[in-house]
Design a protein around this ligand. Structure first.
Ligand code: FE
Ligand code: FE
Ligand code: ZN
Length: 276
């Protein structure tokens, strides 16, 4: 039994997203906690959040993987950007309490010239102010492509952040296949090796979700351009091996491929066949 879904828009509310996912054939989904380009997030209607939670439970959904805003940068050299980022993080974590037991994934940030070490410290400091044993969400750092001054383009950097987070039981990693490939991990020829390396550096017990994306570019390109399953440089065979790999197979797989709803429906169908 596996979990597959895609990114959905929260426009019509939370229960509506779960219904949309049912119609697409999936059993998990991701959503932006706010407008992906930043800005104000709609207030959550508690009844709507509750209906969604009940429906998801009734239909046997896996954990949901909320996504923090792309504009949130906890380690920018610009103090306004950094402060705004922290404000978003704080509000997002609070908002997630309407959906207890799910995941909140975000991009660690870009150090914008301050150096990786400084970036790591800033990210961890912010996390330590919002993560506590009281929250019911596990916060996930996303593996990044290593574009520009991104922090998290290798497993070691994520480990450095996790090492500094005090509340270890609420922190984990979301493995984005496009990003890890772009950052130089060869998922096509050495999936076992990459996962063994992940286990050695971070620990597979910290791996909670997968973003299942093909990539428009080659391994080590540091580009971060997602592609439809099987139409990119990773390819269908490797995608299948990822979904069927014993250490990944029970995790929620989230498609962030360039698709409309019909495209997502097709990809969900493909992945479900791989589950059997
Ligand atoms: Fe992401
Ligand atoms: Fe992703
Ligand atoms: Zn990406």
């Amino acid at each position: 039994m596996g979990y597959i879904g895609c990114h959905l828009s929260v426009t019509n509310g939370y229960e509506a997203m779960a219904k949309t996912m049912l119609s697409l054939g999936g059993n998990t989904f991701a959503f932006f906690t706010r407008n992906p380009r930043g800005g104000k997030s709609k207030d959550i209607i508690p009844e709507d959040a509750e209906s969604m939670t009940m429906l998801a439970k009734e239909k046997g959904f896996g954990p949901l993987v909320a996504h923090g805003s792309y504009t949130m940068n906890l380690c920018s050299a610009n103090i306004d950007t950094r402060t705004k980022g922290f404000d978003m993080l704080q509000k997002d974590i609070k908002r997630m309490e309407y959906f207890p037991g799910n995941f909140y994934n975000f991009h660690p940030g870009s150090h914008t010239g301050q150096g990786t070490k400084a970036g790591i410290e800033m990210i961890a400091n912010s996390l330590n102010q919002v993560i506590s044993p009281d929250i019911q969400t596990i916060v996930l750092l996303e593996t990044m492509a290593g574009k520009g001054s991104e922090v998290g383009g290798c497993f070691e950097e994520l480990r450095e952040i996790i090492d500094r987070v005090e509340c270890k039981e609420r922190i984990g990693v979301c493995f984005d296949t496009c990003h890890t490939w772009d950052s130089g991990y060869d998922l096509v020829n050495d999936l076992d090796g990459v996962l063994t390396h992940f286990d050695r550096v971070i620990g597979l017990d910290r791996l909670f979700a997968v973003h299942l994306n093909d990539s428009k570019n080659g391994c080590g390109s540091h580009k971060d351009r997602h592609e439809k399953l099987g139409q990119g440089e990773i390819g269908m065979e490797a995608m299948k091996r990822i979904v069927q790999h014993p250490v990944l197979s029970g995790l929620p797989f989230i498609l962030e491929t360039p698709n409309e709803m019909d495209g997502y429906q097709k990809e969900i169908e493909i992945v479900k066949r791989w589950f059997d």
